[in-house]
Write a protein of this length. Structure first.
Length: 319
C-alpha cells in the first residue's frame, strides 16, 4: 500500500500539535491576505497562489521546491515584476504573452518572503522537520529541449480556450499541474484521477462558498477564505495527500466576476482533465503501461487497498 505523506491517523490531528499549528498558520496567512484586500479595496492583493505556497512550504512534510530560501524570495520578486511588465507593456496577443510568461517561469519558482520566513520559524520552533537544500543537476541541452516541448504542449492546449473565450481552462494552477505530471520524477504522476478530483473539489468548494457566503449571504471575504481553507485541509486529512495547486484554484473564485462563478469549476475540470491527459500521453507515455499499472494509477489512493495484488498479504489488504 502506498505510504501516506503525513504520519499519524486522521483522528490524530487533534493530538498532533505541530501539524495542527501548521494548518492554523496557513489559514491565518490566507485570511490576512484576503483581509488586507478587503480593507484597502485592492482585489489585486488576493494572490490565490499564496494558498498553494502555504501548503507546499508549511503543511506538506516533504520538501516540495528544491531551491534555497533566498532564491525563493528573489524568484518571487522577479516573477512579479515580469508579470506586471507583460500585462502592462507587452504589445503581443495573449497567446504570445502566455508563452513569454511560461518561458520565464520555467527558470523560476515563485514563492513569497512571508512563507519562507514562516517555514524557517516552524523549523526552529519544532513544528516541522528542517529541510535541506540539495543543488539540482541541470543538463542545459536536455532540460532546455524538454521545457521547449512543455511550452509547445501548453500552447497547443491553450488554442481552443483562447479562441472560444474559455480562459479559465488554462489558469496558472492547471499549467503547474501539467508540469508536475509531465515531470517523470513527480510522485503525482501515479495519481491522475485523485489529483483531478482534488482540483475539482477545491474549485467547487471555493465557488460555492464565494457565491453562498459572500454574494448571497453577504459574508466577509475573510470569513469565506477561512471556511474554504478549512474545507481544503479536512480534505487533505481525509485523502492523506497534499497537492499545492488545489489551494490556488480554491481561492480563484474570489477574483473572478460573479457572473463567471458557476462556469469556473466546469472550466477548471475540463482544463485539468486535458492537461493531465496530455502530460500522461506525451511525456509519461501511459499507452505503454501494462494493465496493472494503468488500473493502479487511475484508482484513487483510498480505494487502492481493495485492488487485488499478488504480492500483498491478506492483512495488508484489510489494513
Amino acid at each position: 500500500m502506498e505510504k501516506q505523506e503525513h504520519t499519524g491517523s486522521r483522528r490524530g490531528l487533534f493530538a498532533d500539535r505541530p501539524r495542527r499549528w501548521r494548518y492554523l498558520s496557513a489559514m491565518a496567512v490566507v485570511v490576512l491576505m484576503v483581509g488586507v484586500a478587503e480593507r484597502t479595496g485592492e482585489r489585486e492583493v488576493i494572490f490565490p497562489e499564496m494558498a498553494a505556497l502555504a501548503i507546499g512550504m508549511w503543511i506538506a512534510p516533504k520538501r516540495v521546491w528544491n531551491v534555497t530560501r533566498l532564491q525563493l524570495v528573489l524568484l518571487m520578486g522577479a516573477g512579479a515584476v515580469a508579470g506586471v511588465c507583460i500585462v502592462r507593456w507587452s504589445p503581443w496577443p495573449l497567446a504570445a504573452n502566455l508563452a513569454l510568461a511560461f518561458a520565464f517561469a520555467a527558470g523560476c519558482l515563485s514563492l513569497s518572503l512571508i512563507v519562507v520566513a514562516g517555514q524557517r520559524a516552524m523549523e526552529r520552533g519544532g513544528l516541522r522537520p528542517e529541510t535541506h537544500y540539495d543543488r539540482p543537476e541541470w543538463n542545459w541541452r536536455h532540460d532546455g529541449v524538454r521545457w521547449m516541448w512543455l511550452l509547445l504542449a501548453v500552447l497547443a492546449v491553450a488554442v481552443l480556450p483562447l479562441s472560444t473565450g474559455y480562459r479559465y481552462c488554462i489558469l496558472p494552477p492547471l499549467i503547474v499541474t501539467f508540469v508536475e505530471f509531465a515531470n517523470s520524477k513527480s510522485g503525482f504522476r501515479n495519481r491522475p484521477v485523485q489529483v483531478w478530483l482534488m482540483l475539482v473539489a477545491g474549485a467547487t468548494a471555493g465557488t460555492l462558498m464565494e457565491w453562498m457566503g459572500h454574494v448571497w449571504l453577504g459574508w466577509s471575504e475573510s470569513v469565506v477564505a477561512l471556511v474554504v481553507c478549512a474545507c481544503l485541509f479536512v480534505m487533505f486529512e481525509r485523502v492523506g495527500r497534499y497537492f499545492a495547486p488545489v489551494g490556488a484554484v480554491a481561492l480563484i473564485p474570489m477574483i473572478v466576476p460573479p457572473q463567471d462563478l458557476f462556469w469556473l469549476p466546469v472550466q477548471i475540470a475540463c482544463g485539468a482533465a486535458v492537461f493531465i491527459a496530455v502530460a500522461l500521453l506525451l511525456f509519461q507515455r501511459c499507452y505503454e503501461w501494462n494493465r496493472g499499472q494503468f488500473v493502479y494509477c487511475v484508482v484513487p489512493s483510498p480505494l487502492r487497498r481493495y485492488i487485488p495484488r499478488p504480492n500483498r498479504s491478506v492483512q495488508d489488504m484489510q489494513g
